[in-house]
Design a protein around this ligand. Sequence first.
Ligand SMILES: [Zn+2]
Length: 227
Amino acid sequence: MNALILEVIPEGEGKYRLLLDQTVFYAMGGGQPTDQGKLTSSNWLGEVYQVITIDGELWHYLKSDNAPINGDVVHGVIDWERRYKNMRYHTGGHIVDFALYLLGYSPDRLTPIKADHGKKPYIVYKGLVDHDITQELQNKVDELIEKDLQFSWDFQSFEDLKKEAIYLQPNLPTNKPLRTLRLETVGAVADGGTQLHSTSEAGKIMVGDIDTEEDSTIIHYLLPQQI
Ligand SMILES: [Zn+2]
């Protein structure tokens, strides 16, 4: 990727944040960690350690040996190994979530509230179930992976999303197209994160501890480190 620097803000001690005219970096969000990687220009070399969206703008936080300048053309490369791992963890969470939907727990008895697809991934649901669902959830997750179902995504209006989504997260914007993630034969949800192409690409997902906290259920899951 080549891009143009639109703005540079010094952050002290060889650190800067940059706004680019386009990017391949995924900003931290939707429970998925930030991309990292390198940005280089003809006279400096920088390590991107974090990418964050601030007021709708995507800022690249950079450590660089020389100061980047507005108008510099930069070449960007993401740390693909890190991205792919994040994708696997993120999609893994959606597979667990779709499995809970197929089992009839989500979204009514267990309503998804938030998720973290980082190093110790989990999904938080509002609601409780009165028995241990670990084994049936594991079986359903295994079945989805075994079936090698395909994910696909596109953008559609809130009105159209509403017709097919298995649930709607609170505070979805209604005035712009929303990215819709579909798992074939299962269902669709609004989602902006990066995804694997099929359930089998996740390899194996282990359903971990299922904890409860007041009126919430926290489902932990693990993916073996394959890369
Ligand atoms: Zn997601």
